[in-house]
Design a protein around this ligand. Structure first.
Ligand code: GLY
Length: 445
């Protein structure tokens, strides 16, 4: 089943069950200073869950653009090696604002997966929060074998948007992707085996977490679910990784064309290709949502993503800016569902190339500087790059810290982050004093 049909089938299913299908909100959360970027479908409903905002409906469903690059939900480091993690992804979600709770949520999810998308029940596993007897019983009543329902603690089965906000125990649905159904083991769930993949998280919203970590009940128990479109597409399209789905394949194809390489090259440098494809999606959608590369809170995320992708491109052999061309493939693949991308095509290209050119001017010399530093580290028999060197890479060569960390990690090395932060604070102080005395001089003049 193609992604476009998966999106439509999901929305139609919940529409037929009284949910209002709504558009995705922007990646930049409206009026929420606690959240860097929209990281889940529930972000646009936060105030509704908390009872601060009333809506003329009590059920909704969305396909939400999400970005997970910081804080509680940060998948940036996993992108590349992981067969299924992304910075940007789409989340399919159904929401109840006090309308229904655990029973219907579980019933709907099971019906959609097994009777509409026809997933084989013998590959599905369920997890529930450690003390959630009710959820376990409801899954059993739905027809799930008891041995396939597992209990986990806070880390896996208590969902929070961020440090604060609506939260509650959750129940996840996992899928076994392996070739031998008889080889399934309960230990595979939430483990490191890529044959097992979480596909849907059903959150039973019961509390608001405050800044001190305290939990107060929300006005009415509610529901927030999130299923990764890329993961469901992976299952429904019979492939092993989300990068092989129709959402990402054309983007990877474009990268291969640009480096004039084929599938063998891809298989050899899979992590690099996947990083470029993933980051190009984040770049296109962030720019379309009005973010520009810069040094500010949100702007710096875009700068970091472009620079990471540019660096990875260099390791694949790109000498000149190429990301705009990859972003074009993202637009071609996604514009049918997100027409905004079509309108923003030109600006996405201009902004991406300008930032890439800016970075390319210092990338080669920065890498040379880092190489010298790494040789020195070898002579000194240390695996830690001094923070002042990482700071110089940032300040002089425009290397975001996480890029330096990534390059070092590829060789089993690390950075003295504390010393780096000290350098950054000192520089901020110097520029504060410089601005202050400049203002003073202007006044005297
Ligand atoms: N809000 C549910 C999830 O992101 O998993």
């Amino acid at each position: 089943m193609e992604s476009r049909d998966i999106r439509q089938t999901f929305l139609d299913f919940f529409d037929q069950r009284g949910h209002v299908p709504l558009s995705s909100s922007s990646l930049v959360p409206a009026n929420d200073p606690t959240l860097l970027f929209t990281n889940a479908g529930m972000a646009q409903f936060k105030d509704t869950f908390l009872g601060v905002e009333q809506r003329p409906y009590n059920r909704a469903c969305t396909i939400q653009k999400c970005l997970r690059v910081s804080g509680k939900h940060n998948d940036l480091q996993s992108v590349g090696p992981s067969p299924r993690h992304h910075t940007f992804f789409e989340m399919l979600g159904n929401f109840s604002f006090g309308s229904y709770f655990k029973r219907e949520t579980i019933r709907y999810a099971w019906e959609l997966l097994t009777q509409v998308f026809l997933l084989p029940v013998e590959r599905l596993w369920i997890t529930v929060y450690i003390d959630d007897d009710e959820a376990e019983r409801l899954w059993e009543e739905t027809g799930v074998e008891r041995r396939r329902i597992l209990r986990f603690g806070e880390k896996e089965n208590f969902w929070t948007m961020g440090d604060t906000g609506p939260c509650g125990p959750c129940s996840e649905i996992h899928y076994y992707l392996g070739s031998d159904v008889n080889a399934q083991r309960a230990e595979g769930i939430n483990g490191v085996d890529d044959d097992y993949m979480e596909i849907w998280n059903l959150v039973f919203v019961q509390y608001n977490r405050d800044e001190q970590g305290g939990l107060t009940p929300v006005p009415s128990p509610s529901v927030d679910t999130g299923m990764g479109l890329e993961r469901l597409a992976c299952v429904l399209q019979g492939v092993k990784t989300t990068y092989e789905t129709d959402l990402l394949r054309p983007v990877l194809q474009r990268v291969m064309e640009l480096v004039s390489k084929d599938g063998d090259h891809y298989r050899r440098y899979r992590a690099s290709y996947n990083t470029i494809a993933d980051h190009s999606r984040a770049i296109a959608f962030l720019i379309a949502d009005g973010v520009r590369p810069g040094n500010g809170w949100r702007d710096y995320v875009l700068r970091r993503i472009i620079r990471r992708a540019a660096y990875v491109g260099k390791t694949l052999g790109f000498e000149r800016p190429f990301l705009a061309s990859v972003a074009e493939a993202v637009i071609d693949t996604m514009e049918e569902w997100y027409p905004d991308l079509r309108i923003k095509r030109e600006i996405i290209s201009v902004v991406t190339t300008a930032e890439e050119e800016r970075f390319n001017r210092t990338l080669t010399t920065g890498l040379r500087f880092l190489e010298v530093a790494i040789n020195r580290m070898a002579q000194q028999n240390t695996a830690i790059l001094p923070g002042r060197e990482a700071f110089k890479l940032y300040d002089t060569y425009g290397f975001p810290l996480d890029l330096t960390q990534k390059i070092l990690a590829e060789r089993g090395l690390d950075v003295d982050v504390e010393e780096y932060e000290e350098g950054r604070r000192e520089q901020q102080e110097r520029s504060r004093i410089a601005t202050h005395s400049k203002r003073g001089r202007e006044k005297e003049d």
